[in-house]
Design a protein around this ligand. Structure first.
Ligand code: NAG
Ligand code: NAG
Ligand code: NAG
Ligand code: NAG
Ligand code: NAG
Length: 423
């Protein structure tokens, strides 16, 4: 009997060990495949994205916009699903020289809503959400549902008026009753240990930044620098990480899982609500900049190197985030023009994914893997700004830089670029 138990235990240990050993890379976990297959899957996803990039603008053209209802990538089916309202247009599309070579990667699925219908319904529903004071929801164009999806996250709200008003547009409606975890309260300690002064810690994207004016943690998105001046350096985090009524918002470095004394970073010098981001000017001497993103829970892939920034434009592809509370998590892109409405905020033009996040992750970088040859490299897309109800929302970096260039008051912030080291 005893021997059997030992054997069973041994088997269980071996099994869990092998599962752990085979799925180290975040994409192996997301796609539920072995590490060794990640490069070929990623290459295939890149291939489908390249085709989708050709296809999407064509489907927006006058001759197709009423016949097709958007596309999304499904890596498990290995195709781009093309929502098709009018099948008589399929041959015309496949006859185009740009599309013809890829006919085998397209799957035409019967659908009711054309892209023009979806655009119209989205605009109407967005407008009605303001008019009828809709509360606590996401609004997104979900290509998988071929519809506008409303995701309510507080069933107690009375959204009757709004719901009645949007009935003609027949949106898909979900309610989520999950609980939000209360924010972690961590008090700053300013008693810096002098003996450790000379050791400068690199602050990675996704690690914590603590604001003494809110007594709450957020996450560092990425380091930025003026393209013509090497100093000072800046950290971008979420806009709602600041206390608007406080005269000063001073930020401190808050490493994952670490109970060390917090190093001073510097003050917030610019902040906006939509897009939801703020700029911390790093005056503190204790931390040094980096262009890596934290995944330090993982022994094999502790850091991911940012090689640049890019727009996310395909539905259904993977996206990952790093953040102080839930660390590194991945999911799929659900919407690209999303709206998030809470008690205090309305944010638009959001990337909506189903990756897992909690409060404290705000500001953290959202990225994707792009190189089958280098599974340690990522491109940055956006910073996480809201989550809950099984979804997460982020603002694109492009929009952040555009806001700085066009609307920001401080001259040196107008030409900020992503910090990528001295090279
Ligand atoms: C795709 O195109 C090739 C060559 O033009 C053709 O032989 C094949 O039947 C097409 N496949 C589909 C699914 O239409
Ligand atoms: C399209 O609408 C019809 C009528 O409402 C419905 O029966 C059908 O299931 C819908 N098709 C799809 C693909 O949603
Ligand atoms: C919700 O609001 C509507 C109109 O604003 C009102 O008629 C209705 O009684 C309210 N329902 C609840 C459950 O409070
Ligand atoms: C924001 O700052 C004001 C003024 O310093 C303070 O009274 C208030 O408690 C702070 N709010 C939060 C959420 O910490
Ligand atoms: C934090 O600072 C205190 C006082 O300066 C020091 O005694 C302690 O060792 C420091 N702790 C760490 C983890 O650095």
């Amino acid at each position: 009997m005893k021997l059997i138990y030992i054997l069973i235990n041994l088997l269980l240990i071996l099994q869990s060990y092998s599962v752990y050993a085979l799925q180290n890379h975040p994409l192996a976990v997301l796609w539920n495949i072995d590490d060794e297959h990640v490069p070929e899957w990623l290459e295939f996803e890149r291939y489908l994205i390249a085709i989708d990039d050709i296809l999407r603008p064509i489907l927006e053209e006058e001759s197709f916009i009423s016949s097709f209802g958007g596309t999304y990538i499904n890596i498990f089916y290995g195709t781009i699903i093309v929502n098709t309202v009018d099948f008589s247009k399929v041959d015309e599309l496949l006859a185009l020289p740009q599309i013809k070579p890829y006919n085998n990667s397209l799957y035409f699925e019967e659908a009711n809503n054309s892209l023009s219908q979806l655009k119209n319904n989205f605009a109407e529903i967005f407008w009605l959400s303001k008019l009828k004071h809709a509360k606590n929801l996401y609004i997104l164009t979900d290509m998988e549902y071929n519809n506008i999806v409303l995701n309510f996250f507080n069933r107690k709200d009375n959204n009757t008026e709004f719901l009645d008003a949007v009935k003609p547009f027949n949106p898909t409606i979900f309610y989520f009753d999950g609980e939000e975890t209360p924010p972690t309260i961590i008090r700053p300690r300013r008693d810096v240990d002098n003996s450790k002064r000379e050791i400068r810690n690199r602050l990675l994207g996704g690690e914590g930044v603590y604001n003494s004016a809110t007594s709450r943690p957020c996450s560092a998105g990425f380091w930025a620098v003026n393209k013509d001046e090497p100093e000072p350096l800046y950290i971008i985090t979420a806009g709602h990480c600041i206390n608007e009524t406080s005269g000063r918002n001073d930020f401190y470095y808050l490493p994952w899982n670490a109970q060390t004394n917090l190093s001073y970073l510097g003050p917030m010098i610019y902040s906006t609500d939509d897009p939801d981001f703020s700029v911390i000017q790093v005056n503190g001497e204790d931390v040094s900049p980096s262009f890596a993103i934290s995944n330090t829970d993982n022994d094999q892939y502790k850091e991911f190197i940012i090689t640049g920034d890019a727009l996310l434009s395909s539905h259904g592809v993977h996206a990952c985030k790093s953040g102080y509370t839930t660390h590194f998590t991945c999911g799929y892109v659900k919407g690209l023009n999303g709206i998030f409405i809470s008690e205090e905020h309305l944010r638009s033009n959001l990337i909506i994914t189903d990756l897992y996040s909690e409060s404290g992750d705000s500001g953290g970088p959202v990225m994707s893997f792009v190189s089958p040859q280098d599974l340690n490299s990522v491109v940055l897309h956006s910073i996480h700004v809201a989550g809950g109800a099984g979804l997460s929302a982020s603002h694109s970096i492009d929009e952040i830089f555009k806001n700085l260039e066009e609307s920001c008051c401080i001259h040196s912030l107008k030409d900020l670029v992503l910090y990528l080291g001295n090279s």
